[in-house]
Design a protein around this ligand. Structure first.
Ligand code: SAH
Ligand code: SF4
Ligand code: F3S
Length: 500
């Protein structure tokens, strides 16, 4: 596209004047409020009659950024769009609707999204009827919505994480009006059940157990973008997992920002995450995982139920963030290094073969060399199978933004490198323990690197590649490890399908 065309496009979309638009904008201040009001459960999702076939003969594309929560929200939006008659496509040029389901957790994630939205400008020029929508966690931020309205005028629709179920109505407005449609709720709404979902793959499924987060770690934007902690009713979760088992799914991952706080918001019953897992154990599905566990709410009852094993896998993702008590305090993680290590030891005692993974932030405001070294030492002490490591990213509206930060970016980068080197070393050592072992692999498909090989994951989430017949896909097979590499294992199949 040349300069003139770009100019024309800008003029054309500028006619969407911002003083006419139907706007319900987010406010981080309001998002921070945690009211005492009870959670309502809404089971009546209906598609407006006039929208029922609106997508017939049309296509949608959703680009997803961020965590599993977002991946699963995309499955819900795919379900809703499919109910309207739309079909999925992977080509932007074929799409009648393009949605960006965004992540706000770090600045570089946001910059990537802005870059990609910018790239869609020419497409909008060639096809002004295409609807471009931005949703997910970035939409919950005031600054982002203001920037979109000002600088990215080719965006038609902005909605947030609390009103995904309103997609049909919002789309209807966007299709009918030439103006921006913005509807972002700062306060979470009801828990909505019975939303349609299009799950990918048919082997592994995500199941939400709770929404939101009340922990307010000082660096984190999630409590503002996802609202107050709200648990789904046990019966709804149990029924969903039973249905997935009937459909032949082999693995379920229970999702929540802090799954261990599950049930704390119930006013009518004492029912915890441990209770939920105990009930899910009885369902005939081979593997149940969960993410994410906050160390503070990981109680002994939970350790005990996990120790029962069965379909509850012995892999625990337990973000530590830092190994230093002063930093943990500034982060408001609400546990000490000693308490964290005590928890790990209690788990190891009851589940001797448990594996641990974690999340770490380096370069938190003011972090000293000694404090960083405490993080290195806790990594060694726990012996994580792997770790997700990040450089601290200031998030507008969070308390940490106001903390004095005298650590130069160069030092932060070098700490990240040192941390990654250590994590990789430990991952490699842990991997070697698999040599000649027999593991159970849930086969997901052909290996991405070598399409002659099959690939899948062990109960502890270790990637295994091996030669085997195609009919193993979707099944759990026994594989003997012949070569242990750092990030994956090579093996040979010894038993086609196992009874679980
Ligand atoms: N609810 C989960 C996941 C939160 S986001 C939990 O509590 O573990 C995933 C990870 O991103 C966090 O564990 C943290 O390590 C990282 N993260 C969150 N905010 C960040 C920030 N401002 N800068 C850098 N990393 C961050
Ligand atoms: Fe963010 Fe902390 Fe909540 Fe996790 S527990 S989502 S890091 S505030
Ligand atoms: Fe990102 Fe929102 Fe998940 S900020 S990490 S998509 S909860």
């Amino acid at each position: 596209m040349n300069e003139k065309q770009l100019h024309e496009l800008t003029a054309k979309i500028k006619s969407k004047s911002s003083d006419k638009i139907d706007i319900q904008q987010p406010s981080l201040t309001n998002a921070k409020q945690r009211g005492k009001e009870s959670v309502n459960y809404n089971r009546e999702f209906v598609i407006p009659r006039e929208m029922k076939n609106v997508g017939v003969g049309k296509k949608y594309l959703i680009r997803t950024f961020g965590c599993q929560m977002n991946e699963h929200d995309t499955e819900v939006m795919s379900g809703i769009l499919t109910s309207l008659g739309y079909e999925a496509t992977t080509e932007t040029t074929e799409a009648d609707i393009i949605l960006f389901n965004t992540c706000a957790v770090r600045e570089n994630a946001e910059n990537r999204v802005f870059g990609e939205i910018g790239h869609l400008k020419p497409l909008k020029l060639h096809n002004p009827d295409v609807i471009l929508g931005i949703c997910g966690c970035m939409s919950q931020e005031e600054a982002v919505v203001n920037k979109l309205l000002k600088t990215y005028q080719h965006v038609d629709l902005i909605f947030g994480t609390h009103n995904i179920h309103r997609l049909p109505q919002l789309l209807q407005q966007a299709l009918m009006s030439k103006e921006h449609v913005v509807e972002v709720w700062s306060k979470e709404g009801d828990v909505i059940e019975n939303l349609p979902k299009i799950r990918r793959g048919g082997i592994k499924a995500w199941v939400n157990i709770s929404y939101g987060c009340d922990k307010f770690c000082t660096y984190c934007i999630v409590p503002y973008t996802r609202g107050k902690e709200r648990s789904r009713q046990p019966i709804d979760i149990i029924e969903e997992v039973k249905d997935l088992a009937k459909l032949g799914y082999q693995e379920v991952t229970l999702l929540g920002q802090n799954v261990n706080a599950y049930g704390k918001d119930f006013e009518d019953k004492n029912y915890s995450f441990a209770n939920l897992l105990d009930e899910l154990r009885d369902i005939d599905i081979p593997r149940i995982r969960f993410t994410t566990s906050h160390p503070r709410d990981f109680d002994d009852a939970l350790v005990d139920v996990l120790a029962k094993g069965g379909n509850l896998v012995e892999h625990i993702h337990l973000p530590v963030q830092s190994g230093n008590n002063e930093v943990l305090k500034l982060m408001a993680r609400k546990y000490t290094r000693e308490q964290y290590l005590d928890l790990v030891n209690r788990i190891k005692l009851k589940i001797p073969n448990a594996s641990f993974t974690t999340d770490i932030i380096v370069g938190f405001p003011g972090e000293t060399e000694e404090q960083f070294e405490d993080t290195l030492s806790i990594i060694k002490e726990v012996g994580y199978d792997s770790a997700y490591t990040f450089i601290y990213s200031p998030r507008e509206g969070t308390p940490a933004v106001k903390m004095e930060d005298n650590v130069p970016m160069e030092i932060k980068k070098s700490r990240l490198q040192r941390l990654n080197n250590l994590v990789n070393e430990i991952t490699a050592t842990k991997s070697i323990e698999y040599q000649d072992q027999i593991v159970e692999v849930l086969v997901e498909g052909f290996s991405k690197k070598n399409d002659q090989m099959l690939s899948g994951y062990t109960r502890k989430s270790k990637l295994v590649n091996f030669m085997g017949p195609e009919e193993c896909i979707g099944k759990i097979v026994k594989v003997k490890i012949t070569k242990a590499k750092t990030w994956s294992l090579d093996g040979e199949i010894i038993e086609n399908a196992i009874e679980v």
